[in-house]
Design a protein around this ligand. Structure first.
Ligand code: NIG
Ligand code: FE
Length: 406
């Protein structure tokens, strides 16, 4: 057996199998052609493995985990909403700010005013912050353009981030994020635009593989959401949903029944709807950063989802309004402290379950033979350290497609 690189003197959190973290102490991992070609206990390595490897990396006792996956972000935007943070601290609610022309629509104004280069330049440092925290796969949504040209502009910036940075960037089309000001009072007409013009162009140009909708009183109704999800499916696109963030709109059940990859937020999910998610294999994406920033008190029904065996992914929801969080490990810590997840559940939530939320579970999310060689090397004593510590970064470096990135 010949390897392009062989990683030795390390511990592995493979996130595969039945053991917590899939722990393999004193392990080794061989990579060939950008994929994991061998993984197991070091003493079981074939005798000539080191001699036949092009590169042998002695990790001096470091831990390897799968590369971390942030499966729900709005990282591409222009401007800031720090003033809304100040307004909320003076008593205004997120809904009040949105209804007064702030919120998502205020970022829409900034995004429309920025050209592609400016949008790219403003988004890049945020992507680099994510990368510095061990993220190797990052989903990014459109949704601050809200007209044909600006939604496509956002998706092209997302594609450029994928091409020009070392990490894997996965685009999602979120044209139905808010009703733009020029369609105020005519939300059905805006849904027409999304369905008849935006979706066909997004699909035709291959700019996104999945479609999301903000199903909410301040977003889109259940009926409008259903129209968009069905149109997306007809074009062969995957679907996912912002559901039950501020109220129980029944979006999660609708999405799960439409084979959604994931339903995200879920603070107001009715316990009675949990079995549908379990039955349909729909991932629940938890976004504790938004819960934290909005000073929410209603928690997602974690225990019911755990009992029902619903996969729970964790993500930053990185966005300028409800979650200016650019560290996946902070989201992991918040999921522990605010939602009561265990550190092992959170690492699963940013690897295996996040991969599933993106429909990439066959390729990403665990250290297993045949999967893409995306992983992170950490100076930690045990995998629980990743969710335990706040501040600083124990990341030594990450590897994408078998290649070390900065
Ligand atoms: O996931 N809920 C809707 N969308 C974002 C917020 C976006 C914004 O406020 O700019 C979220 O919380
Ligand atoms: Fe979101």
């Amino acid at each position: 057996m010949r390897f392009d690189s062989l990683w030795v003197n390390c511990h592995l959190a493979t996130m595969a199998g039945d053991r917590e973290y899939g722990v393999m102490r004193n392990g080794a991992m061989g990579v060939r052609d950008g994929r994991i070609a061998w993984v197991g206990p070091a003493q079981e390595l074939p005798k000539d493995a080191e001699a036949r490897a092009t590169l042998v990396k002695d990790l001096s006792g470091a831990w390897i985990t799968p590369g971390l996956i942030d499966c729900h972000t709005h990282l591409v935007y222009a401007g800031t909403r720090a003033h809304e943070f100040e307004m909320r601290l003076k008593g205004a609610s997120y809904q009040e700010i949105a209804e007064a022309g702030g919120g998502i629509v205020s970022t829409v104004r900034s995004v429309r005013a920025a050209d592609s280069d400016a949008l790219y330049a403003q988004s890049l440092p945020r992507l680099k912050a994510m990368m510095a925290g061990g993220v190797t796969t990052l989903e990014i949504k459109s949704g601050y353009g809200l007209d044909v040209a600006n939604e496509l502009k956002m998706l092209r910036v997302i594609r450029r981030l994928n091409r020009e940075t070392p990490i894997r960037v996965i685009p999602t089309f979120l044209g139905a994020h808010a009703v733009p000001p020029e369609f105020k009072g005519r939300s059905d007409d805006y849904v027409d635009l999304v369905v008849k013009e935006m979706l066909p162009q997004v699909a035709g140009q291959g700019l996104a593989g999945a479609v999301d909708v903000f199903c909410e009183t301040i977003g889109f109704s259940l009926e409008q959401t259903e129209r968009i999800l069905q149109a997306a499916e007809e074009l062969g696109l995957c679907v996912k949903l912002h559901a039950e963030q501020l109220s129980d709109s029944k979006g999660a059940v609708l999405a799960a029944r439409n084979n959604a990859l994931s339903v995200d937020h879920l603070e107001y999910l009715d316990v009675g709807d949990v079995p549908v998610l379990a039955k349909r294999g729909c991932v629940a994406v938890l976004l504790p950063g938004a819960f934290y920033y909005l000073n929410e008190t209603q928690k997602p029904p974690i225990q019911a989802m755990r009992k029902a065996g619903v996969s729970m992914a964790i993500s930053t929801d990185a966005n300028p309004g409800t979650s200016p969080v650019f560290s996946i490990r902070i989201a992991m810590n918040m999921a522990c402290v605010l939602f009561g997840l265990t550190p092992a559940e959170t690492l699963k939530g940013v690897t295996v379950d996040a991969a599933r939320a993106l429909g990439r579970q066959d390729d990403l999310g665990t250290l297993e033979i045949g999967k893409t060689a995306d992983f992170a090397v950490w100076d930690i004593d045990s995998p629980a350290d990743l969710a335990y510590q706040l501040g600083g970064s124990p990341l030594r470096y990450s590897v994408v497609n078998g290649r070390k990135i900065a």
